[in-house]
Design a protein around this ligand. Structure first.
Ligand SMILES: [Mn+2]
Length: 430
């Protein structure tokens, strides 16, 4: 791990919050992700499953967390199973967590080797009535592979058919959506690393550079600041490429007069940041670019002000749609008739702004979090309006990550990342 150790009190608090919502005599199990194969003996880099990380801080494959608040023996209330380490593994793969280190990271006193899991788990299950399975119910999930968690659930249903099943996801959606101060600090670090990358790129970009050269500059800056790299697949889209919302080829040459849309950001300690900036390739906005850019920025600023406790996500999106509609009228992209005749299910503004304005962010870039109940303090959201005009070869999106406060406007974790036209131009021309 490149990141600095995390205060284990975070994970202790997270487990407390989870266990407080479990039914009597119930047990919950959380598995690591697999290390996914590429071919021959090569694999993808390991990415820890976010839920077991959230509840334990264990950032290692083949780890299992068991929570059993009503266990008769107190030492069985929280158990971490880790892969047994030995000298051979230490030589070939590097050190894995020892039992003492696993306790230091997680705050869990009872640590067993994974090889003991079946025996210990069977014994615990004889005391339990209900088992919580950790299924993925994210609103955007579209997973076709079977995870380690899925295999565990299948086996468990076979081995313990008389137990009741419950799901962890409802609890996790709720608690992961509201961030602890330690988590906000980690996300601030991710945003600060992203800022360094962005400032670096402002001095680098000029007509003739290739999108992938910009990608390399960002990655360089991210990794040298203890990030694993991009929090999600980076989008570096010059000119008309910006109108492809998930453009990730990043293989075109930047032309004089183009705008470049960059939707990319660093991860830190498995926490995401999520930034979008759109800059002029030659360091100067044209009048038209300025007009569209300023419209997007005004929508972003007004939308941000609405992110306060009590706001409903769906209502918020409707309001943002109204603000965007008036900006598009101002830019001459819509006329009154377009708006009067619009289909309420797909309002006129969607022609130029077809995606959502905000999503939860945290351990996942599109994080867990309640969306149908009112917003609460310490939820973290992106704010990311955009205007896409294919016939003008231009797409502009601006995005910051903000924390909802008890009172007043949200706190912008990206407040130090240049966004005003004058500042961008100045930094690109010095
Ligand atoms: Mn986003």
């Amino acid at each position: 791990m490149k990141y600095f150790p995390i205060d284990r009190n975070l994970f202790i608090k997270n487990r407390k919050k989870f266990m407080a919502q479990m039914k009597p005599k119930s047990i919950a199990v959380f598995n690591s992700n697999d290390i996914y194969p590429i071919g021959a003996d090569s694999t993808m880099p390991f990415e820890q499953a976010r839920d077991i990380f959230y509840l334990s801080g264990a950032d290692q494959e083949e780890t299992i967390l068991v929570l059993f608040p009503d266990a008769l023996d107190k030492k069985n209330r929280e158990i971490l199973f880790v892969r047994e380490t030995n000298e051979h593994i230490a030589v070939w793969e590097g050190a894995k967590l020892t039992k003492e280190q696993a306790t230091a990271v997680s705050g869990i006193e009872t640590v067993y080797w994974l090889t003991d899991f079946d025996k210990v788990f069977f014994d615990l299950m004889t005391e339990a009535d209900t088992i919580y399975f950790n299924t993925n119910e994210h609103y955007r999930q579209a997973v076709e592979t079977q995870t380690r968690e899925d295999r565990f659930i299948q086996k468990c249903k076979q081995d313990f058919p008389a137990h009741q099943w419950a799901k962890s996801n409802t609890i996790l959606q709720q608690i992961r959506g509201v961030k602890e101060p330690e988590e906000i600090a980690l996300m601030q670090t991710a945003c600060d690393i992203t800022e360094k990358g962005f400032r670096r790129i402002l001095g680098f970009v000029k007509p003739g550079v290739w999108e992938y050269e910009m990608e390399a500059e960002f990655l360089h800056e991210f990794v040298r600041n203890r990030s694993k790299g991009f929090a999600y697949t980076p989008i570096i889209a010059s000119g008309a490429n910006a109108n492809v919302l998930h453009y990730v080829e990043n293989n075109q040459q930047v032309k004089d007069g183009d705008m470049i849309l960059m939707d990319l950001a660093a991860e830190y300690a498995n926490y995401s940041s999520d930034l979008t900036r759109t800059i002029p390739a030659n360091g100067r906005f044209t009048d038209r670019q300025k007009a569209v850019y300023s419209a997007v920025l005004r929508v972003k600023d007004q939308a941000t002000k609405m992110l306060v406790p009590g706001t409903l996500w769906a209502e918020y999106h409707k309001e943002v749609g109204k603000i965007m509609t008036s900006e598009l009228l101002g830019l001459g992209l819509l006329d009154k008739a377009d708006v009067q005749n619009e289909d309420p299910k797909w309002p006129a503004y969607k022609k130029y702004f077809m995606h959502g304005t905000s999503h939860h962010i945290g351990l996942d870039t599109h994080d867990y979090g309640a969306l149908k109940t009112p917003m609460k303090a310490n939820m973290v959201f992106t704010v990311e309006p955009g205007i896409y005009i294919p016939k003008e070869g231009m797409g502009i999106r601006l995005e910051d990550d903000v924390v909802i406060q008890e009172k007043g406007e949200p706190f912008n974790l990206m407040r130090n990342i240049p966004i005003e036209i004058e500042e961008i131009e100045e930094l690109m021309n010095t």
